[in-house]
Write a protein that binds this ligand. Sequence first.
Ligand code: NAD
Length: 279
Amino acid sequence: MLGLIGTPVEHSKSPAMYNYCFQKFDLDWAYLAFDIPAEQAGEAVAAIRTLGMRGANVTMPCKNAVIPFVDALTPAARAIQAVNTIVNEGGVLVGHNTDGCGYTQNLRRNGIEVAGKKIVLLGGGGAASAIAIQAALEGAAEIAVFNLRDAFWPRVEQGLKAIAQAAPGCAISLQDLEDRSALKAAIDRCDILSNATRVGMAPYEDQSNITDLSWFRPDLVVTDVVYAPPETKMLREARVAGCKTCDGLGMLLCQGAEAFRLYSGLEMPVEEIRALLYT
Ligand code: NAD
């Protein structure tokens, strides 16, 4: 048995995604969604041990709350203090974070490696941190993070320090998203522009952090973490300007595929799942 823990989970597509794969590969496994508030994260992790579950995906608000109860963390999960996948390795519970792998794997599927690249990363929350640590661990040369000077700022500063310590080869900086000249200068010299803010999803679906479309150039790769809508305003405008784009749905599917690989050693049929669940 496997499952999803967090709340709310009733509309999650994870059970359909994983159960489809179990059937496809003829695995006698089952995946359920469990509605677990952060205060019960410890009991939910204990249940993984008690029931001998192979593992669980972890969503909000439990990504941080499960940490004291697992036995080991991967370097990425430790650096960003967030776990989205727990794998039961013969009684040892290992906490992973596959969001960042989902991002780099989605790029890879589109023929792009992050190693050696300069990245401008908009946002500093959960999705942005996962991208930053994974890109840094995979050898990105530079990550220039831009965030609003909002309630997130002090946490973003702290979080980036931990990432820089875990991956000292990558030059990481933090600047104000409202400093448009700094943002333009950074985009001019970067290879990949990555939106990891909530801009692009409801209620900001008609907004983009990039308002001057002349900043897009055909050799710029533009990516978004937002997956609803699958093509955000920023991605649409970048695509029209001739940029290569990678969407948040691809990242979402690839992070699920990475978890499936950890659970089963098998490759999830990502395009099949995309067509089945998201069209
Ligand atoms: P979060 O709350 O941790 O972080 C939100 C970020 O957005 C912060 O950096 C904040 O400063 C910024 N922000 C919020 N409102 C803004 C505005 N009006 N203008 C500019 N910046 C603004 O959220 P999160 O968990 O990082 O999620 C962010 C987005 O990523 C959501 O749309 C979420 O659905 C998506 N996400 C996608 C995947 C995936 O696999 N594709 C995974 C995780 C999250």
